[in-house]
Design a protein around this ligand. Structure first.
Ligand SMILES: [Zn+2]
Length: 212
């Protein structure tokens, strides 16, 4: 747990290549669905609906948020089957709660994210909390490779909490997921200590460490 293999890095690079196909002038996201035997099932990038008349569409915010099909959804739709429970998902950026619920509904339980990205930067606390809740509820392994200077990557929840604390976004607000996080994945035991402003690992078995 926590280790990012060369194969994982290769598929994250595929996701980045896929993202380059996006015509969104500001945010390019790519997703690749891969079987546990490492065969690519499908790929996707953020786009408008295929063959939509360009004159009716706009990349301007906030309208584009309503118009764009996210990379993960395009990858799900492009897959030649609906049951993807034998698959892993590689994405350039962390999923929004809407994409995540559909990803989980397909059966996928293993997700690798290159960086938190715009979903974290612009996502509401409710959206981030919903993502944490669904990951915990479905016991999903979701690792973020951002700031990964070794072959380890912390879980999504630890990265999100660390950033929220660092940016002061939790001040005067409650973030319900931290209580969910306390019991998250017994074999990992990340400590979310809001008073101490840091996240650390509780047990020594895990080689990864999230820096303050
Ligand atoms: Zn999404």
């Amino acid at each position: 747990m926590g280790n990012i293999t060369k194969t994982d890095k290769r598929f994250l690079n595929y996701a980045k290549k896929e993202a380059e196909k996006s015509k969104d002038p500001s945010t390019q996201v790519g997703a690749v669905i891969v079987t546990k035997e490492n065969e690519i099932v499908s790929k996707g990038y953020n786009s408008f609906v295929t063959n939509a008349s360009k004159s009716a569409m706009t990349w301007d915010r906030p309208m584009k948020y309503h118009l764009v099909v996210h990379a993960e959804m395009n990858a799900l739709i492009s897959a030649d089957r609906s049951d993807l429970s034998d698959c892993k998902l590689y994405i350039t950026h962390a999923p929004c709660s809407n994409c995540l619920k559909h990803v989980l509904q397909s059966g996928i339980r293993e997700i690798y994210v290159n960086e938190l990205g715009p979903g974290f930067e612009r996502g509401t606390l409710d959206d981030l909390e919903a993502v944490c809740r669904m990951l915990a509820a479905c016991k999903v392994k979701c690792q973020v490779c951002e700031e990964d200077d070794s072959d380890c990557a912390p879980p999504y929840e630890a990265m999100v909490m660390k950033k929220l604390i660092k940016e002061g976004r939790l001040k005067g607000k409650s973030f319900g997921a931290h209580s969910v996080l306390a019991g998250f994945q017994e074999d990992r035991s990340w400590v979310i200590d809001l008073s101490d402003d840091k996240i650390q690992e509780e047990h020594g078995d895990e080689p990864c460490r999230t820096k303050k």
